[in-house]
Design a protein around this ligand. Structure first.
Ligand code: ADP
Length: 285
């Protein structure tokens, strides 16, 4: 875990959930661990995006030459307008799309409803050598489901342990999880929703149901708190990313992914042919 330019402490350390993290007291406008503003953040996003891209390519390349399963899965959770789509576009956008397995999880379809809630999640897990991205995830099943009691309490209560066990298996089978909880303030969410109503090019993003959900904010905060308290584990910890400042969110997620990939200590696969002989053959061809 290194400290890169602009950061006073490693990002993963600055953002990792602790036993004292309180969702209701977060400074959503803060930039924990980072000293610098938007322009430095924007420059670093480009520079570090290139580093992320190279690491992802290494992950992809290594998968070609080994039977071992290794993949990284970024799990993005946050209220509407928290900026999940922006992370996909501006962070994952740095990476070769061939190496990305992206999935988003909305209201379950009739078919999905007939299965266990993890069924649709298992189907979207990243393949070997891939960077998986979940825009929402199995955590909806302890968030929106809990807030609206879409299943009986006893059922969603049991899910925390079940999710921990599911993630334990994932990690054991070679997937590194990077779980990011993004938080915007109620005011910032209002401003972002207002922008969607002001711009014809953003109408498609507007969902009247999002305003309804604002009325459930305290219950969502409670559900997010329980999620962090009960599913931040040694094998799959949560990172809490203040998200009122988009540039910070994007830079922070980039750093968290770089950190996860660096921990894999990947190296470029060696040539399985005689390099010098091939140079000669090519020259003569
Ligand atoms: P987005 O709003 O992220 O662009 P969608 O509109 O397709 O994406 O779907 C998101 C909605 O689906 C959210 O309101 C979310 O709470 C809801 N959702 C996701 N998973 C579930 C679930 N398991 N049960 C009920 N609702 C869910």
């Amino acid at each position: 875990m290194g400290t890169s330019e602009g950061w006073l402490i490693p990002t993963a350390k600055a953002l990792r959930v602790t036993s004292t993290t309180r969702v209701g007291e977060l400074d959503t406008n803060g930039t924990p661990g980072f000293e610098g503003g938007k322009s430095l953040g924007a420059r670093l996003l480009e520079e570090r995006g290139a580093v992320l891209s190279e690491l992802q390519e290494k992950l992809f390349a290594c998968a070609r030459t080994t039977d071992e399963h290794r993949s990284v899965l970024l799990v993005l959770q946050g209220m509407d307008t928290a900026g999940k789509g922006g992370v996909v576009r501006h962070v994952i956008g740095h990476v070769d799309p061939q190496g990305v397995d992206h999935a988003s999880f909305g209201v379950p379809t009739p078919e999905e409803k007939r299965h266990h809630y993890l069924w649709r999640v298992r189907r979207e897990l990243p393949r070997k050598g891939q960077l998986g991205v979940f825009d929402r995830s199995h955590y909806e099943d302890v968030l929106v489901v809990r807030v609206h009691d879409l299943v009986p309490r006893t059922e969603w209560e049991a899910r925390y342990d079940e999710i921990n066990a599911f993630e334990r298996d994932l990690v054991d089978s070679g997937t590194t999880l990077v779980k990011v909880a993004m938080f915007v303030s109620l005011d910032e969410q209002k401003a972002r929703l207002a922008e969607r109503l002001d711009r014809p090019d953003k109408y498609w993003k507007y969902n009247p149901g999002d305003v309804t959900e604002r009325g459930f904010w305290p219950r969502y905060q409670e559900a997010y708190q329980a999620m962090l308290d009960r599913t931040s584990t040694e094998h799959a910890p949560w990172f809490v990313v203040p998200s009122d400042r988009k540039w910070y969110t994007r830079l922070a997620v980039t750093e968290l992914l770089i950190d996860a990939l660096e921990r894999l200590e990947l190296s470029w696969p060696p040539a399985d042919f005689d390099v010098e002989a091939e140079k000669l053959r090519l020259a003569r061809s």
